[in-house]
Design a protein around this ligand. Structure first.
Ligand SMILES: *Cc1c(COP(=O)(O)O)cnc(C)c1O
Length: 393
């Protein structure tokens, strides 16, 4: 078998129906949505129609609470850098983010920290979740903003954002959540969750790359990251990527249309993968299996083997996987996500993340379960680390 893709949490192929919906906006309907002649007005109508549909899909009260951006990364940066300095009004302010956020949150948090803001990096418990009690304990008098991801991209833990937002609000802070991994896969409604801001990314849900979304609750004070022509209600300048907006919206609607059948289907495949590997191979486990989880992520720890070595061997057999947070691949540092969950450095090196999606079948799982154990046995036989940890294999 060739081309078995187990890296849907990194990116997804664009759905054909999404491409089809986008096509007219590259040609007949190519107008600039800000131009006043009829071609521009048509583009503007298209933009606002899809914005309304997007807003409805996330439970926003008003369409203008949805901003389209150039990436999930941009939305995350804008949420931190656009909100905190604005509400801090020059005085010191405290920001709380979780320690296992995507780098698109951690890096702007570091950037703010260097500029004098006080930042707490809140750790998950060993179950992989950020607990409301722990957030309450971390709140300070000058905490102005809390940003905690909805679903973690590496271990799949789903956080109780509603409970966390209540704690943030009780302490007088605004609440942002990075929902790039959860939008379309888990129940997500800004009203139900009670968030002030949220970030989304199209290419994680069979939409195009280079399109992000941001929810910004009406009345939230915000300084735009991109300044210019004043598009997106003066909150994000730059001529709108209308084809991208259309593709993102249709991709989201397609996710919601079959969420109730597709997510349980993926959860069954995920559980088969996890059980198959942990029962066939000793000294392996899945991370953070307690509580609410995304249905499509299998976070495996294969002790005493390097994740990169497994990844390359699997690639030789046509299987694409990740070793953990995509942005840390290429470096030999173990994932900050696993370390934040209290997993020892030596164990964290053996991380392998399989993420499933629309094209994943039982046959793909069978193939993985056939190919993977001998790869691990071979690598372990050559691994001084494994021998030191467990004796000879
Ligand atoms: C992918 C991802 C992002 C970044 O989105 P891009 O559109 O790739 O910039 C941010 N946060 C999480 C949790 C993600 O999975």
């Amino acid at each position: 078998m060739e081309n078995v893709y187990f890296d849907y949490a990194a990116t997804t192929p664009v759905d054909e129906r999404v491409v089809e919906a986008m096509l007219p906006f590259f040609s007949e309907r190519f107008g600039n949505a800000n131009a006043l002649y009829s071609l521009g007005r048509d583009a503007h109508r298209g933009l606002e129609e899809y914005r309304e549909r997007f807003a409805a899909a996330i439970g926003a009260k008003k369409p203008d609470e949805v901003l389209f951006t150039g990436a999930g990364t941009e939305s995350d940066n804008a949420a931190l850098i656009g909100i905190l300095p604005r509400i801090a009004k020059g005085g010191g302010a405290h920001l709380i983010v979780s320690a296992y956020e995507h780098h698109a949150i951690l890096e702007p948090a570091h950037w703010l920290e260097k500029r004098g803001y006080d930042v707490t990096y809140l750790k998950p418990r060993s179950d992989g979740h950020i607990h409301a009690d722990d957030l309450a304990a971390a709140m300070q008098e000058n905490t102005k903003l809390v940003s905690i991801m909805h679903g973690n991209n590496e271990i799949g833990a789903l956080n109780d954002i509603k409970a966390l937002a209540e704690v943030a609000h009780a302490g007088g802070a605004l609440m942002h959540t990075d929902a790039a991994q959860t939008l379309g896969k888990a129940a997500f409604d800004v009203g139900v969750l009670g968030v002030d801001a949220a970030s989304f990314s199209a290419h994680k849900i069979y939409g195009p790359k280079g399109v992000g979304g941001m929810y910004l609750k009406a009345g939230t004070r915000f300084d735009p990251l991109l300044k210019g022509g004043g598009q997106e209600f003066k909150k994000r300048s730059g001529t709108q990527n209308l084809a991208g907006v259309v593709g993102f919206t249709v991709a989201l609607e397609l996710m919601l249309a079959d969420q109730d059948t597709e997510m349980p289907r993926l959860a069954v495949l995920r559980d088969r993968l996890i059980e198959g590997i942990t029962s066939q191979l000793e000294n392996t486990e899945a991370t953070a299996q307690g509580g609410e989880r995304l249905p499509n992520i299998a976070p495996l720890l294969i002790k005493g083997v390097e994740g990169e070595a497994m990844l390359l061997q699997l690639d030789n057999r046509g299987i694409a996987v990740s070793t953990g947070s995509a942005c840390s691949s290429g470096s030999l540092e173990p994932s900050h996500v696993l370390l934040s969950c209290g997993i020892p450095q030596e164990v964290a090196h053996g991380s392998l993340r399989l993420s499933l999606g629309r094209q994943t079948t039982d046959a793909h799982v069978d193939y993985f379960l056939e190919v993977f154990p001998p790869i691990v046995e071979r690598l372990r036989a050559m691994s001084p680390v494994y021998t030191r940890m467990f004796g000879s294999s």
